[in-house]
Design a protein around this ligand. Structure first.
Ligand code: SAH
Length: 352
């Protein structure tokens, strides 16, 4: 058995495009010994390509206004009870200056699909972050026109996250009323063509999703040569149509993380915040030992955090920044790893 799994993982790792059945076989494994082998295989690859340092990113959730009605998402337009907010430019800069002082080299600016987000305003925000702090800027503001993506890229934005959520068209349609799967696919390609380091990812364990569909997601990540892949177990939110559905499995998310590392080698794969909140325990450490190499810290101003509720949070990420530092150092130490605050620090560690 051990030999069979090792051979299969070698085959998957070496293939230009692995067979879907091979991916499905790994996704179907349940015994802990086999799974340990899969996770250890991914962990070794992660060590070779990314080194021992866990990269830190800071996220600022600058608006929870959204025009979409994604069935799983707590900031859906349909959620009329939610108080909506939008950070001012000064509030964003205040958060950026805090995370810069903390030593973090990358900021993710994320929001719902806010129809009032003006492209020129975001240009000026990007330019100010670049000129004052010299940070790597990642955008995650949903579907916009090619021209706007180009404008933000020219203003200095380095990376863009746009999740496919599921690579299965029928499932995509059932989760995203009024949205187009073809458009989503096209936009991800356009982001790549503009020279963004492009991230995507999926949501795991929504009703109707099968192992075959998850294998399609993983093959999609490979075909698109993604630079970043975020994998979220589905967490039911009480004010959405999926409120009474079962949560996605953290274990399945870990298998997807491991396979994504084995297929994509070089990608940056976060131990996502959703993994910290699903199935009753924080699975981020397991993710970091199954192929993941990135952690995110939330720098949204305290008074808005409670309103960026994509899903209910088990752990409130609040309190003084020094608390974060201790938490991260401890988490890294339990995996025998260190923390890199910037990409430069990471490169130096890999090359050392
Ligand atoms: N509006 C932007 C990004 C914000 S949403 C965009 O469309 O790209 C960030 C991510 O949170 C989503 O891509 C989705 O994968 C995840 N998410 C939303 N609701 C969730 C839930 N209930 N459980 C798990 N992940 C969820």
């Amino acid at each position: 058995m051990a030999h069979k799994i090792k051979c299969l993982l070698d085959k998957i790792s070496e293939a230009a495009l692995p067979a879907r059945e091979d991916i499905e076989y790994i996704l179907s494994l349940e015994d802990s010994l086999s799974l340990q082998r899969v996770f250890a295989y991914a962990d070794i690859l992660r060590a070779e390509t990314k080194g021992e340092a866990i990269l830190l990113r800071a996220i600022i959730e600058f608006s929870n206004v959204c025009r979409n009605r994604c069935a799983y998402c707590g900031i859906s337009k349909n959620n009329r009870g939610l108080l909506r907010y939008r950070l001012s430019r000064d509030e964003i800069m205040e958060s950026v200056s805090r995370l810069h002082a903390f030593g973090i080299g990358t900021v993710i600016l994320q929001s719902g699909e806010d129809p009032c987000l003006e492209s020129a305003w975001l240009v000026s925000v990007i330019e100010e972050i670049k000129s004052r702090f010299g940070l790597i800027v990642t955008l995650s503001v949903g579907e916009r026109s090619f021209e706007e993506y180009a404008l933000w890229r020219n203003a200095g934005a380095d990376r863009y996250l746009l999740k496919i959520e599921t690579a299965n068209e029928a499932l995509y349609r059932s989760l995203h009323p009024e949205m187009s799967f073809a458009r989503r696919m096209r936009l991800i390609s356009e982001l790549k063509s503009l020279g963004y380091e492009t991230g995507s990812g999926n949501i795991v364990g929504v009703a109707g999703q099968t192992i075959e569909m998850i294998a399609e997601d993983i093959l999609f990540f490979k075909k698109m040569h993604l630079e970043m892949v975020g994998i979220n177990p589905f967490i039911p939110h009480p004010d959405t149509p999926l409120a009474h559905h079962k949560a996605g499995s953290s274990l399945m998310a870990l298998k997807i993380i491991a396979l994504t590392r084995i297929l994509l080698k070089d990608a940056n794969i976060p131990a996502t915040t959703a993994l910290a909140h699903s199935n009753g325990s924080d699975a981020r450490k397991d993710a970091l030992m199954a192929g993941a190499n990135v952690l995110m810290l939330n720098f949204t101003p305290e008074k808005y955090k409670a309103y960026y509720t994509l899903y209910p949070h088990l752990i409130r990420e609040s309190g003084p920044i020094t608390g974060y530092k201790d938490f991260l150092t401890e988490l890294a130490a339990t995996c025998g790893r260190s923390i890199a605050y910037t990409e430069k620090a990471l490169r130096e560690q890999v090359c050392a």
